[in-house]
Design a protein around this ligand. Structure first.
Ligand SMILES: CC(C)(COP(=O)(O)OP(=O)(O)OC[C@H]1O[C@@H](n2cnc3c(N)ncnc32)[C@H](O)[C@@H]1OP(=O)(O)O)[C@@H](O)C(=O)NCCC(=O)NCCS
Length: 191
């Protein structure tokens, strides 16, 4: 474990349009609203939520993940609407290797408005600037164009394709791997 980087308080982040914040029990309805839709979960390991209880269980899971220093799962709140529209998470941030892995989902109603790219950039600044990570990576199915475009917009570079890397919904999925290093981030900052 990279002990010095463990967080005692949940780190809330803010961007122009978004608040990235801790999930609370009151978010279950908003989460259910998007997580029950087939399209949202299509490329993801979890099944669409079938009841509010599934969404409440996810909130408890997020809390536990943070308490165990496994991952930080931020709720993505649209400031203008004060509505929780998705989540973005940083997994493995406390590992010896100082390498975090990012995943995300937002409500289909808000796709293609630059929201996840905006959230991802804030997460990168936090990961390198505050957590002192050395590498942030993310991967998605090669057919998930929206997802790899988010990675590119956030400044990650394509590293390669991992054949049949992950088993999702009974099928082995081929994944595109992207990453950004702290040195890339520092260099970009100077430009
Ligand atoms: C993938 C996902 C996170 C994208 O979020 P988003 O907020 O719509 O992404 P952005 O608006 O920041 O888009 C970034 C770029 O991707 C493009 N894009 C987004 N969705 C796209 C799609 N389905 N097909 C093609 N391009 C897409 C955008 O146009 C934008 O490019 P541009 O700036 O050149 O116009 C969202 O569609 C989603 O939640 N999908 C379901 C969950 C999922 O697949 N998560 C990723 C698992 S690895």
């Amino acid at each position: 474990m990279n002990d010095e980087k463990l967080l005692t308080e949940f780190p809330q982040l803010e961007t122009v349009r978004l608040k990235l914040r801790k999930l609370s029990a009151a978010d279950a309805n908003d989460i259910f609203e998007y997580a029950c839709i087939q399209e949202a979960a299509h490329f993801l390991i979890w099944e669409p939520h079938t009841s509010i209880n599934d969404s409440s269980e996810f909130i408890s899971f997020a809390d536990q993940q943070f308490n165990d220093s496994n991952s930080i799962i931020w709720g993505i709140e649209l400031k203008e609407e004060k509505k929780l529209i998705g989540t973005i998470d940083l997994r493995g941030y406390s590992s010896l290797h100082r390498c975090g892995d990012v995943g995300y989902v937002i409500s289909q109603k808000y796709w293609r408005r630059g929201i996840v790219s905006e959230a991802f950039r804030a997460l990168i600044d936090f990961g390198f600037g505050v957590l002192n990570l050395n590498r942030i990576e993310s991967h998605c199915e090669h057919e998930n164009t929206g997802s790899w475009k988010v990675m590119e917009k956030a400044g990650l570079v394509y590293e390669g394709t991992l054949r049949e890397k992950i088993l999702i919904k009974g099928k082995f999925r081929t994944m595109k791997m992207y990453s950004i290093l702290k040195s890339d981030w520092l260099n970009n900052d100077k430009n």
